[in-house]
Every structure is written in C-alpha cells, then in structure tokens.
Design a protein around this ligand. Sequence first.
Ligand code: HEM
Length: 447
Amino acid sequence: MAVKPPLVPHAKPIVGHALDIWRDPLKFFNSAARVAPLSRIKIGWKDACLVSNHELLYQILVTDAKKYDKGIQYERARSMLGNGVLLAEGDFHLRQRRLMQPMFNKPSINDYIDAMHTYSTAMVDSWADRDVVELYPEFYRLATRVVIDTLFSTKMSDRDVELVREKMPIVISGIEKRGALPPRLFDTIPTPENRAFYSAISDLRALGDRLVTERLDMEREHDARADLMDVLTRTDDEVARRDNDRAQILNEFLTFLTAGSETTPSAIAWSCYLLARHPQIQEEVRAEVADFDPGTNTVAAVQGLPLLQAVVREALRLYPPVWALGRRTLQTTTLGGYELPPGTQVFYSVYAIQRDESVYDEPDEFRPHRWIDDAKKYPRTAFLPFGAGIRNCIGEHFAWVEISIAIVNILKRYELSLQPGQQVPPAAMGALVPGNLPMRLRRMVSR
Ligand code: HEM
C-alpha cells in the first residue's frame, strides 16, 4: 500500500492486534470500527484492512466482487469443509451453486415447511413440564435436524445431534480465531486447544462420512422428492456428475451441516430474547400470529406476517449470527480512496456496520417498527446479515421461514420472560450467540 489507511492503535510488536482479536473479537472490531471507514490492523507483522462502512462493504461484496477471493478465514475452514460450495471459487463454485439453487427457491422451501413445523412442534411440546428452558441448545438441535432432514432426507439420532452440538462450536470458533492469527504461528503447536480443534474436525467428518454412506445406500421411495444429494449426483451434466463424487458430496454435506446448524439457532434465540425483553411487542406479535397455522402455510404466507418479519429483521440487525468475515484482493484494487495491493486481507464486522449511528437512529435499541414505518429510510446496503452478491447466503429464504415457524410455534404456546436482572451479553463463538439464555416459560391458555 503506497498511502496506507490509518492504523488502529495498540498494535503490539510481532503479534500486532492478533491477541486482542483472539481474546475478545467483538470488542476489538467494535472499537476499531470507530477509527475510520477503512482502517489498517496488524495480523502479526502483516497489514490487513478493516472495513466499517456499509457502502465500502457493498463495493467489496457486489460491485467489485470479482476482484476478491474469500481469503484467510475461509482457508482455515478447508480442513473441515473441503471444497464445498461455501469455500469453492470461480467456475466450480458457480456450477455447484446453479445446480443447488432450485433447492432454495420458494417452491422447494414450501416442501420443507412440514418438516420445519413438525420438528419445532416437537420441541415446544417437550417443554410442557418445564418452567425454565435453556433455549440456545434447543434451537441448535432443531436447526441441525431440519437442515439434514430437508436437504439430505436423513433423520439424525439424538446421539449424532449431540455430537454436532458439542463439536461444531469448537471447530467454528477455532476457524475464526485462526483467521486472525499469522499463518501457522500457533497452529502446529500441540496445545490442548489445537488438539481439541483437530479432533473435533475429525469427529465431525467421520459422522458426515457415516451419514452420507447411509443416505447413499438408502432405498428411496419412488415418488420421494428430490433432495440436495439427488440434485448433485443425478444431474444431466456429465462433468458435474463426475465432480460430485463421494468426497465432494461429503464436503457439501459438512458445508450445509455447518452453515445450517450454527446460524439459524442464534437468530431464533436473539429474537426470543428481544421479545422477552419487550413484552408489549411480544403480545403484538402473538396477536398477529394467533390464527396462523404454520403447518398448512406457504413461504408467501409466512412473509405476510409484517410484525414477526420486522422482529426477526431487527434481531438480525442487532445480532447478526455471521458477524465478521473477510475477503482478500486478487489484484490491485481501489477501496475508500486507497490502493490495496494483491493479497491484502480485508476484514469487516457486520455487527459494527449494522449499528452505525449515521444510518440507524438509536442503533443499539430494539425498534422493529422501524422496518414497518420507515423501511425506505434505510439503504439496502446497510442490512447485510446474509451477505450480498454472488456469494450471498443460498439459505436465506430457508432460514427466514425456519426462524418464523419456530417463533410462531413458541408464541402460540408460551409467554417468554427473562429472570429478574438477567443480562445476556453476546458471545462471538464463531456465530454470535447468547452465551446462556435460560428463559422463563408461562403456558398460554390453549387456543
Ligand atoms: C440466520 C441464518 C443464516 C445467516 C445469518 C447466514 C449468513 C450467511 C452469510 C453472511 C453468508 C455469506 C458468506 C460470505 O459472504 O462469505 C452465507 C453463505 C452461505 N449460507 Fe448462510 N446463513 C444463514 C442460514 C443458512 C442456512 C439455513 C443454510 C442452508 C440451509 C445456509 C447455507 C449457506 C451456504 C451454502 C452459503 C455459501 C453460499 C455460496 O458461497 O455460494 N445458510 N450465509
């Protein structure tokens, strides 16, 4: 970089900002975001950039997307996900994505609603005798079962779900932390943390391997709906069929297990937390969904619940599950008035960007009605929990519907409230999760 963006203060010799990021990434990115729209941080001895402005982020993800690849955080995920669609680049990514896309369009999601409703009903039924429920693990189990059943026609056993719940957070937070460390600096030292990270990857890949084998051996009913596995293995495109061999199917299975199980539970949990904190809004949403039967409805009908959608949207703004990511320049690239040389790592925190006070009034407040009364005021580029451009989230509609159905089923049965004085600080464990979320439940009079 000839003229460099301003350096975020307190870089240490040799490690730069890496230890601050390792210790408390949310705090680091939040305070660094105040330095400048585009600032410079030190990952070890190397320079990286930090983008804290929504227009610059949109430029990276959409306008100039071809000038970037996914970069260092994603490279660290490769030992877990291989060349699955989240990590694939270029033509291979495009072809996989095109093959998969129909599975994420509205007609397909309409077919998943039954599973989403059945699993979330079973979940709320299982709370019937409890006054307090630790919500986040419940939603984790729900999301894991839903994504694997809908996309891979596989009903996971309780034991397998618990394995995912135990091991996946170790892998995801390990990947995040390694993304902020100088390459190979700590990775190869046999610390307990490193051992736990690599053993969690190997346990999850072994689980995926077994489930993929079982699914491939499964005799499917003649009229069974095509699932993601069918789409990849039975395509008419001969080259694509060959590329989607056993190893690639496992990569895709692990990709969807990771992408679908880590994010949605966080969004449902934060929505419930915010509703518990704002009982008046909780009542309004409950009234809105009183006559809504999730089991017999469609994506369009779910989208037609304006206050519920606004609540989820506001939860995704305040607590974006995928809260920090990055890209890397492939060529000399101009960004925010600076020339970035090829190979520059650029980080961004959606969490900080979606709380920008120059865009959102009362940015730290939960104000779902802003999305009903003033929605046009907010630029599209300032709300990016699902990313944007060619690498945006393929599961966005899937997630909206899954989250909405779960909340409808919860609100129809229970009134949610927090313990007196209960604080729920976000923990950046890979996804942005509510560390502990014990929720008091009061059964509603049956409807
Ligand atoms: C609230 C829930 C979710 C959030 C906030 C979320 C967020 C994201 C984000 C930000 C990206 C883009 C990453 C980037 O730009 O580098 C992404 C990609 C992706 N997501 Fe999601 N996601 C969610 C749920 C899901 C679900 C339920 C699935 C699967 C059913 C899914 C599958 C994927 C896949 C496969 C990609 C990679 C797409 C590509 O690169 O072409 N996500 N997600």
